[in-house]
Design a protein around this ligand. Sequence first.
Ligand code: PEP
Length: 261
Amino acid sequence: MKKMYFGSNLKMYKNIEDTIRYLKELASLTADISREEIELFIIPSYTTLDRAARSVDRSLVKLGAQNMCWEEQGQFTGEISPLMLQEIGLDLVMIGHSERRHVFRETDEEENKKVKCGLEHGFTTLLCIGETAEEKKYDLGPEVLRTQLKIGLEGVDVSHIGKIWVAYEPVWSIGVGGIPATADYAERMHGEIKKCLSELFGDAGKEIPVLYGGSVNPGNAEELIIQPSIDGLFVGRSAWQADRFNELIRMAKTKAEAEGR
Ligand code: PEP
């Protein structure tokens, strides 16, 4: 069976105590699942990372940062340097989450500088992409995703491919009030993403995992995970209780096995 990826971004929720409790519970509940079969990662808030990295079994749960500056040091008030994240010993950095792009107005060019910096500093680098509702209305999803990939991954050396992950998160499907993408629509967009990654990196591009995110819940996780171009689920609200996330992961995994994914 192909490896499946499950992760969650905790956004600006959970204090240090709550995050540590959550991570330990999640690690323990899922400990019996082979990490050859699944990759499990959590992206908590910055203030929790140092303690989280010291308290959690990283062979079970990988830890990431929600954002990162493209410079190692300098006059960048409020930013976090890749060296600071290395010091904590993180596994991954997430770049270009929808809220970074749309609330904080980050551009594709900025995401590109961050992606290259993340890879150069040895982090698994999760690039998030997705079209808005307005763009979807005109069926511009494929063009928008292509643009975000081509700019976001511009200049990335093929030797770094093993450390790139992509999350497709349509803006209209994320968070409270979001409408989950249908499995058919998500599969179509994932197909476009995979095609573009192959154009950019040749056969190596086929190795890049592409995760779906946006209102994933126990009612749609099975249908999404069995799509041939969906390599994993990037879950928000339905993952923020460890027992619920554990159940969702098991449900998706059982379905994928039954379908011979
Ligand atoms: C997200 O914000 O990245 C996300 C996937 O959230 P949710 O699952 O809550 O829609």
